[in-house]
Design a protein around this ligand. Sequence first.
Ligand code: SAM
Length: 288
Amino acid sequence: MIRYPGSKAKIVREILSCFPHTVLEPLFQGPRLEYREPFFGGGVIGFAVMESLPARASVWINDKDFGMAALWKVVHQRHDELIDMVVKFQPTTDAFYRFQDEDNRTDMDPIRTAFQKFALHQTSFSGLGAMAGGPIGGRKQSSKYNVDCRWNADRHCTDIIKHHRTLKRFGARVRITSGDFAPLVEDAMPHAFVYADPPYYEKGGQLYKCNMSDGDHRRLAAAFQTCRAPWVLSYDDHSFIRDLYQWAEVEDIQLTYTIASSGKKRRKNSEVVIVPRGEVLASPAEVA
Ligand SMILES: C[S@@+](CC[C@H](N)C(=O)[O-])C[C@H]1O[C@@H](n2cnc3c(N)ncnc32)[C@H](O)[C@@H]1O
């Protein structure tokens, strides 16, 4: 729905095919079930998972980025007001720079925070939002592709409604927070399932306002090493990460695809999926 750096939109199938089906099937059928996603971002994988969860499940999604958490809270609870703003909006470079200045301000009306986050990503170069050098088409708007070229109010409204309905299926059992990943991993009980997609180790600093230090990546690995719930983690393929997770299964998802990088260039990037050692990965054919 939202253009978001590091989005897994192009590799949903590949990521889902790495989920440990022998662990998840009994969990999904059991009496208690919770889905946790500590680095939700644009939520591409999360929404695919939530669509397949039974409605009795509870859900906890989180992102340290205040505006992203605000966006999902509004989609959940006040989507009509968000739709109103989307329908009335006409993208301009002035709006882009204003939204960039005001990004993640905590003193604005939550609907405005959510709307501006959404609009900023849709109108920014490479979907980088506040981290973009400028709007699509640049300050002068002299390109073939300009600030409004990715704005399609009808499609955005359809997406907002779809995601709203997905979240509403879980009734009051939806929790959306903006904080650190730690409690979602550390306190997860065995009836929970955690999918985590932290900032890329190598390029995170160019893509996210909220990035992670080496210490944060180590903290995450330590939390997963003692996590009581089943979990799946996706990362960029980097020797630092492979070293950190020597005690787990690191699966190369055998795919390279293009991600937005620092501005003008687009580079190939390959990813790994990490699961606790000994968990059986589903083959893509079994998942399809
Ligand atoms: C790779 S992105 C997630 C992308 C998402 N899977 C998607 O498909 O759009 C990583 C996210 O982690 C968030 N983040 C960074 N540091 C964090 C922290 N310490 N705790 C929780 N979230 C954090 C960033 O704001 C960013 O949205």
